[in-house]
Design a protein around this ligand. Structure first.
Ligand code: URP
Ligand code: ZN
Ligand code: ZN
Length: 454
């Protein structure tokens, strides 16, 4: 049975036109006017609606062992939430323990996702140490289709790598032509600031940001770029939050460093005052790098508009209010993360496109096309064209709704965007031609999601 989407306005990163889309055997096979529906075909009327390529989240943590606990989503709840929000592919982090083996970690993440995930998925391989033995092991992993590594320059003593390790990982990545993504903060600065603040009795969530101020991220970003310059590796800065870090990356670009930049929905819409909310409410907004001074938001929007910033992720990291209490006497023990995998498309559409900050093409480019291009999935994913996977989002811009934990699909008891009004809804979402969402609700097949080797 094929799928026919009729009369929608198809929006890609570079074009817009009204046409019908015929999907068969998981692919888009025809785009034309007035296509007829063969007997048995599923037909969706998209008149007056947009048809976007499936959105791709470059940065999620669905299965997440972190800071002594586990994220609350699994591959069922996390990918259903992604789909209801219009995301048809996620990039999750499969991360080795510092004393563990990368292949074991990858096998574990595959076992968590396979047969359960409802949208397509790929992995970044989290590398947490270096020894010579790792070269062959990581080469094998890259050959299995995991063509991006992730390293942490924050989180000292846990996930973070030292400089000699960083150098060798980047050199290997250069040899293998693998993209290296990094969490950029200076770990030693954080450690010292945390000690200093805690010794002064400053223990609440409002002290998280002062413990990792903007210059900590600037130092981490600059350092990552410098090491890339030395080794010639291609790099990608994840969750960039502030002007200084953007400037550091741009300076590196001008020196010839091949650096791509991701920012997050939360940095565009939330600021550090959220983490200052009383009665430990602020803990819900603790993540790293932290939410920043509001003045950074205009700069990030400008960076998006001018495409200095290439991709928009969520860094979905779902810890509930109970788990956040692990840090009630010490902000450094609050599990870091803000859940938002379901919210990215609707809120970016609302605050970006509908408010006139960015155009529809920039929206598609940032949330889908550039992610596919950067991570080696284009044109299979990231656009609407004959031969591409039939990952399609029928979006109704006339719909008006409100974000709430009481209606979202993430397995988490709060929403960082509670009460925010949204313009539009994902009326229908298909993954490789299978309709997984109707009227914003999951109606599809569990386990339909596939691992994407790149
Ligand atoms: O606070 C965050 N960002 N939590 C998730 C882990 C990470 O650093 O990406
Ligand atoms: Zn991070
Ligand atoms: Zn992350």
């Amino acid at each position: 049975m094929g799928l026919l989407i009729k009369n929608g306005e198809i929006i890609t990163a570079s074009s817009r036109f009204v046409a019908d889309i015929w999907c068969e055997d998981e692919k888009v096979t025809r785009i034309d006017k007035n296509l007829g529906a063969p007997a048995g075909a599923q037909v969706i009327d998209a008149t007056g609606k947009y048809v976007f390529p499936g959105f791709i989240d470059p940065h999620t943590h669905i299965y997440l062992p972190f800071m002594g606990t586990y994220g609350k989503d699994d591959y069922e709840s996390g990918t259903i939430a992604a789909l209801c929000g219009g995301t048809t592919t996620i990039f999750d982090l499969a991360i080795m323990a510092r004393d563990g083996e990368p292949q074991d970690a990858l096998d574990l993440w595959h076992s968590k996702a396979e047969g359960i995930a409802c949208c397509d998925y790929s992995f970044h391989m989290g590398v947490t140490r270096w020894d010579e033995d790792l070269a062959d092991k990581l080469e094998k992993i890259a050959q299995s289709g995991v063509k991006s590594f992730k390293i942490f320059l924050g989180y000292k003593g846990a996930l973070g790598v030292e400089d000699d390790e960083l150098f060798n990982i980047l050199k290997l990545a250069k040899k293998l032509n693998v993209l290296v993504t990094a969490h950029c903060e200076n770990a030693a600065m954080i450690e010292q600031r945390q000690k200093e603040l805690l010794a002064e009795g400053k223990t609440g969530p409002e002290w998280h940001e002062p413990s990792r101020p903007e210059l900590v991220e600037v130092a981490g970003t600059r350092h990552f770029c410098d090491m890339a310059e030395l080794t010639g590796a291609r790099i990608y800065v994840v969750h960039l939050s502030c002007e200084g870090a953007l400037r550091a990356a741009m300076e590196a670009k001008l020196r010839g460093v091949n650096v791509t930049i991701e920012t997050l929905l939360v940095y565009l819409l939330l600021d550090k005052t959220y983490a200052e909310r009383p009665n430990f409410e602020g803990a819900k907004y603790v993540m790293s790098p932290p939410l920043r001074d509001k003045r950074n938001q205009d700069i990030l929007w400008a960076g998006i508009k001018n495409r200095l910033i290439s991709t928009l992720g969520t860094d979905h990291a779902p810890f509930d209010t109970q788990q956040k209490k692990m840090g009630k006497d010490n902000f450094a023990q609050i599990p870091n993360g803000i859940p938002s995998v379901e919210d990215r498309v609707r809120l970016f559409y609302t605050q970006g496109v509908a408010s006139g900050r960015v155009d529809l093409h920039t929206f598609v480019d940032l949330c889908s096309t550039q992610v596919a291009k950067t991570f080696g999935l284009f044109p299979r994913k990231g656009t609407v064209q004959v031969g591409a996977d039939a990952d399609l989002v029928v979006y109704d811009p006339a719909y008006r709704g409100t974000i709430s934990a009481s209606t979202h699909h993430m397995n988490i008891d709060y929403s960082a965007f509670e009460g925010r009004e949204v313009i539009g809804r994902c009326d229908a979402v298909s993954v490789r031609g299978k309709v997984q969402v109707i009227d914003g609700e999951f109606v599809g097949k569990k386990g339909h999601g596939k691992f994407l080797a790149r």
